[in-house]
Design a protein around this ligand. Structure first.
Ligand code: PEP
Length: 249
């Protein structure tokens, strides 16, 4: 059975005391025991978040890392640094990294390799833009993103990969893919994985949906057979909303 996962993506929000407060509030919530819960905090809060979530059901993820493990890359953080403070999960490929920091699938393939070499679990984000969907290119765009960034991996490495399909037009916009649109794309993703690897691998990978998931729509989206959870931006900044989403399966 595939893992059900809900991960928050705080993006560049919350100062140090707000981060501590939100984690304290989350720790007081009762969260479904069969759902893996993660929060991707800003880099500066990672170390305190790891300490604060020790002995809780919440794990901590980073939002980005450099592809090199050390060197003259001012302002960057590496996989080894993340591991050294107890971070075991990394988001890669978020559409904001792609759009504002020009991360390409080729670069992401390098980051994926570095993350795996350093035993980080990866939540790999990808998805089409609005004009690509309007031109009916969304299935091809998503297939290409997977092919370029991930299909060099051996089947055995996929146990460390979680996919997060995030249509760019639904991120932070209040616009959500309908449950049927999410299911259609998630089924497509599994068919592409099955063609490249095999049916068993395609069925084993958790595929999350991201894009304006809220307590009001989470249940319907998570009920889709190929949706294994969500990557949650805005709604992960409120303990009540995030807990309600975790408990929406
Ligand atoms: C995200 O940042 O990955 C995201 C899905 O954001 P939101 O939930 O705010 O659309």
């Amino acid at each position: 059975m595939r893992k059900q996962i809900v991960s928050g993506n705080w993006k560049m929000n919350l100062d140090a005391s707000q981060s501590i407060e939100l984690i304290e509030a989350l720790k007081e919530k009762s969260l479904a025991a069969d759902v893996s819960v993660a929060i991707a905090t800003p880099a500066i809060h990672l170390e305190s978040a790891v300490k604060q979530t020790e002995n809780s059901a919440i794990s901590v993820a980073a939002q980005n890392m450099h592809q090199a493990t050390s060197g003259a890359f001012t302002g960057e953080i590496s996989a080894t640094m993340l591991k050294s403070i107890g971070v075991n999960t990394i988001l890669l490929g978020h559409s904001e990294r792609r759009a504002y920091f020009h991360e390409t699938d080729e670069l992401l393939a390098e980051k994926v390799n570095t993350a795996l070499e350093n035993e980080l679990e990866i939540i790999f984000c990808f998805g089409e833009e609005l004009d690509e969907r309007k031109k009916d290119r969304h299935f091809d765009v998503v297939s290409e993103q997977l092919r370029k960034a991930l299909f060099h991996l051996d089947a055995s490495q996929w146990k460390h990969i979680v996919l997060a399909y995030e249509p760019v037009w639904a991120i932070g916009t209040g616009e959500t893919a309908s449950p049927a649109q999410a299911q259609e794309m998630h089924a497509h993703i599994r068919s592409v994985l099955a063609a490249q690897y095999d049916h068993a691998l395609a069925q084993s990978v958790s595929v999350l949906y991201g894009g304006s998931v809220k307590p009001a729509n989470a249940q319907e989206i998570f009920a889709q057979p190929d949706v294994d959870g969500g990557l949650i931006g805005g709604a992960s900044l409120k303990a009540d909303d995030f807990a309600a989403i975790v408990n929406a399966f």
